[in-house]
Design a protein around this ligand. Structure first.
Ligand SMILES: [Zn+2]
Length: 327
């Protein structure tokens, strides 16, 4: 079945097509290559995501992204460094650079990014978080809760201060949690908080995706790829940001010889198809989660139209073209 959908919008992408946005040798030409390859998956707007690193490393990457006038880059998602230092909650973020929240540190990073940071993921329990959330909310930067071991009161304080999103809900928390209360239930129940999800079939089991989407409602759910440079690449062995990883035939990206995930090679068209399969929702209800909902969350719009073929029996969405072609 041939159909038209809005250009897709990815709030969280760390790299694509062999290009790592967090690499120290990032160039505008390499970012442009990644954006070109993302467009083939229907993505016409995105927030390149810079994760926890030193101020100098962050500033170098942010300056490259800020220099670009490419229409696909509508801002930067800063994930970290104000995250939980605990194993599990911290995920793949380097412990050495995780730090308390600081308005001064943020201002330096935002200056390096020429004001283009539009979304910050932080952990509410780190020192200084509430003050920073209030500062960000007042300056129009969206605040997401993630990579956290916060308790219920800390989450409530963060929401009261202006946090409005749970970053990749169900991931970025301790491997073992008390059945209740815990951070997942608290964020699920928070009416003022939307959720982003990594629906690659590896980060969240199908039943978890279905339950989260029902609890949050489709209108408050956004699909992200959280893709690393291996996205859009053939299976094999890669070195990404100084870390070796294996990309399997089934799409799993892992640290060699371990069960640990090292990001995703998910594409947003595939995330849409997976979400239809896992939730039983119609395609029409899922497409906005990867397009208009994240766009309007940021006060933006989608760009362009993607032409796609949808096979409802195989749950396969194939992007054929994106119009207009913009650069
Ligand atoms: Zn993350």
């Amino acid at each position: 079945m041939r159909l038209e959908l809005p250009g897709l919008f990815d709030l969280q992408v760390n790299g694509f097509g062999g290009v790592d946005f967090n690499a120290p040798d990032l160039t505008t030409d390499r970012v442009a290559v990644a954006l070109e390859r993302m467009r083939a998956t229907g993505v016409t707007r995105c927030l390149p995501t810079l994760i926890t690193s030193s101020l100098d490393e962050f500033a170098a990457g942010a300056r490259v992204l800020a220099r670009m006038s490419h229409t696909a880059i509508v801002g930067i998602h800063m994930e970290g460094p104000y995250l939980s230092p605990e194993d599990g909650a911290r995920g793949a973020h380097p412990r050495a650079h995780v730090m308390p929240a600081s308005v001064d540190d943020f201002k330096r990073r935002q200056d390096a990014a020429a004001g283009r940071i539009v979304l910050v993921t932080l952990a509410p329990e780190v020192a200084g978080a509430v003050t920073l959330i209030e500062h960000l909310a007042a300056s129009g930067v969206r605040v997401a809760i993630g990579h956290t071991a916060a308790d219920a009161a800390q989450i409530a304080d963060a929401i009261a201060a202006g946090a409005t999103l749970a970053t990749h809900l169900g991931n970025g928390c301790a491997q073992m949690l008390p059945r209740h209360p815990n951070v997942i239930w608290e964020l699920l129940a928070a009416d003022g908080v939307a959720a982003s999800l990594i629906v690659d079939g590896h980060h969240l089991p199908p039943a978890t995706v279905k339950a989260i989407v029902r609890a949050k409602s489709p209108g408050k759910t956004m699909l992200v790829t959280d893709a690393v440079a291996a996205a859009g690449c053939a299976p094999g062995h890669y070195r990404i940001g100084g870390v070796d990883c294996d990309l399997r035939e089934d799409g799993r990206v892992s640290l060699p010889g371990t069960p640990y995930l090292a990001g995703t090679r998910l594409t947003l068209d595939c995330a849409i198809a997976n979400t239809v399969r896992f939730t039983g929702l119609p395609l029409d209800a899922v497409i906005p989660m990867a397009s208009t909902i994240p766009a309007s969350y940021l006060g933006m719009t989608t760009a362009g139209t993607a032409i796609a073929d949808w096979d409802p029996d195989a749950y396969e969405l194939r992007i054929r073209d994106v119009v207009p072609i913009s650069t």
